[in-house]
Ligand binder design. Structure first.
Ligand SMILES: [Zn+2]
Length: 106
C-alpha cells in the first residue's frame, strides 16, 4: 500500500496552526470582495465551496455549511441537499478542466 504524502502541507501546519493561529477559515462574513483571496469559489444559500490552500491533491475543494456543526448528522435536509448539488457542480467542473480518472469524495 502506498502512503499519501503531501509535504507542502507542513507549511500549513507550521505557519497557520502553530505560529499564527489565524482563526476560523469557515467564518466567511459578508466581505465578498475578499473571496478570491480566501479561495472561496461559490457562496450558496446554506453552504459554500472553497479551494484548499494546502491540498492533498490537485482539485481539492471543500464544501461546507455556513453553520458550524460538529456532526454530519446535524445537517438539515436543506443543507444536505444543497451540499450534494454543490458537489455535483464541483465534479462537473473538475471533469471538464482536469479530466481525472476518478474522485475521492469524503
Ligand atoms: Zn468559524
Amino acid at each position: 500500500m502506498k502512503k499519501l504524502w503531501a509535504p507542502w502541507r507542513m507549511e500549513y501546519i507550521r505557519e497557520s496552526i502553530i505560529e499564527n493561529n489565524e482563526g476560523c477559515i469557515f467564518c466567511l462574513g459578508k466581505e465578498v470582495d475578499k473571496d478570491r483571496e480566501r479561495l472561496i469559489l461559490h457562496r450558496g444559500e446554506r453552504a459554500f465551496v472553497m479551494m484548499n490552500k494546502f491540498p492533498y491533491n490537485n482539485g481539492h475543494m471543500l464544501i461546507a455549511p455556513y453553520r458550524h456543526i460538529a456532526d454530519f448528522n446535524d445537517l438539515t435536509d436543506e443543507e444536505s441537499l444543497e451540499m450534494q448539488r454543490l458537489l455535483g457542480r464541483c465534479i462537473t467542473a473538475v471533469k471538464a478542466t482536469m479530466h481525472p480518472q476518478g474522485f475521492n469524495i469524503g
